[in-house]
Design a protein around this ligand. Sequence first.
Ligand code: GLC
Length: 657
Amino acid sequence: MTKFNRPALLSLLLLTATGSALVARPVAAPRWNTDEARTIAAWKPRAAPRPDPRIEARIRQILSGMTLEQKIGQMTQPSILSVTPDEVRHYAIGSVLNGGGGWPGGNKHASVADWVKLAKAYEQASLSTDMKIKVPVIWGVDAVHGHNNIYGATTFPQNIGLGATNDPDLVERIGRATARQVRATGIGWAFAPTLAVVQNQRWGRSYEGYSSDPALVSRLGSALVRGLQGKLNGDGDVLASAKHFVGDGGTWRGIDQGENRSGEVTLASLHGAGYYAALDAGAQTVMVSYNSWARDGAQVQGKMHGNRALVTGVLKDRLKFDGLVVSDWNAIEQVTGCERDHCPAAFNAGVDLFMVPDNWKSFIAKAVADVREGRVPMARIDDAVSRILRVKLRMGLLERPTSAGKLTGDTAHLDARALAQEAVRKSAVLFKNDNAVLPLAPGKRILVVGAGADSFPAQSGGWSMTWQGDETDNADYPLGETLLGGLKRVYGADQVAYSADGSLFAAGKYDAVIAVMGERPYAEMKGDVRWPAPLAHSVLYPDQAALLARVAGQGTPVVSVLYSGRATYSTDLINRSDAFVAAFLPGSEAGALADLIAGRQGLDFHGRLPVAWPNTACPSGSEPIGERLFARGFGLSYAHRVATGRLAEAPIVPACP
Ligand code: GLC
């Protein structure tokens, strides 16, 4: 049907046919205004999943016995730091979460048994509510590079490093291993993968994205969904979350939670690409993004959590997503007219489960009032609760609550060292290897400099034991290996000297220096490098640049290793190095880099850049050709020797123009 929509045409025909002065039936108001319809039409439609009649019947049965208060309780997700098991019972809470650094009893070294004990307590409470049919609670956690909140768990390279592997099979295996780690602690939901298609490396969450290439994000994001969810109802499966819908990686100047200024086609085809693959892989939850959207930088469409055309019109109607949509941490407060505990606009936009970590009691009260007073239709509530129940029924939660799984309490599943070591070796990208400095042969006398060489926090980055990955030290990582540890393992402790500040260096004393540089750990907005600050490692970390200058150019070959969550201007550092490795954030098994540096058992570099590497300290974002030192896909190897020589350095200005 082209010009007319169907109801209008039928009314017109009816009127004409009868010839009487029948009043034409009012045409149903279109669900979407012209602007919204344009947004929706930019997304290619997706086939609806086939409903399971038994599940749908059970949803109707459970829903019919629920009070409004119980329905709203099921839609509420408090933090474990602000809700007790008895409150979960009393309010019929549907889900809980722990944010980065939220541990049982506030104990950073909480044991698996401590996590399981709390999970069982919440679960038992949810099975003791006054609901006619009990519905177990589901616990969500940011297991975004392994079960990174847990003392003693292996962590994997952050997503930017996995992007460099370009290995969907590896990522799927990482998903399986992560799911087992999470289930061992009695938890059933991982808030991963991040599907951001990162356009600006100033963004503090660049490392949470796999790539600036939507196709690579799609391949790896869907692989992680398959790995995490498996068959969805097995003891080693957890829910995945496709996040953050939509456009988080494309905000203006990379400002976290800022404004995505793409046109609707770019929003759909680039920023939305990963969602098609993730939903096709069966992702059962989608987390909404903090960012806002201003089409082509002009018409402000507001914050995602209030955008009904995108959350409902696109995700639920156009893409036929029938799982649950969860809000981000207190994100509803950013919607115009909303508060941290009150946002009818987010309900009506299509959010189903509300991550209201602290103010959840007043949230429930105000939401009940919104329905009673007509600001939120009961039909919207029933749709939301139906989706939550559908996901819980699909994962078999009512038959086997999460903690009843056979992996629960089994600490052996925390250890995934071999897989993590494989991932580390595949994620490192070789930028330079002049005069074949690498591989470093056994027997060499090596001096290692740089504090990052022996630092689990430096090699892990954000979302590691704590939200920011800071306020931790090596004592918080009982499992794993630093690069220094790996070098001592490979070359022998007596061959490897360590001098964090380089003070042991003397020309001619060593056969090689390995200089490790790295970013301080960060997460989200705390990692933003806000314009006009130059995005240059030696400006952000001048002490590390000075350390490199101290050992460079004195006749001893220098192998530089850079830990970073992003691509930064580093040409000055590369020029002072004979070999240069971009290791991104390798996680708990950074020691595996030593095997690569030694070329043990024929190991070679296979990592290829998942984002372009800049030749300027003031990148404009979106990686234009003129700003690339190395293009996406670049990476050298022992087999592919190329003399790099001296690279043209750009002026490093105190403030970008
Ligand atoms: C954070 C992040 C989101 C995370 C959530 C729960 O603010 O945006 O990725 O899953 O809160 O910790």
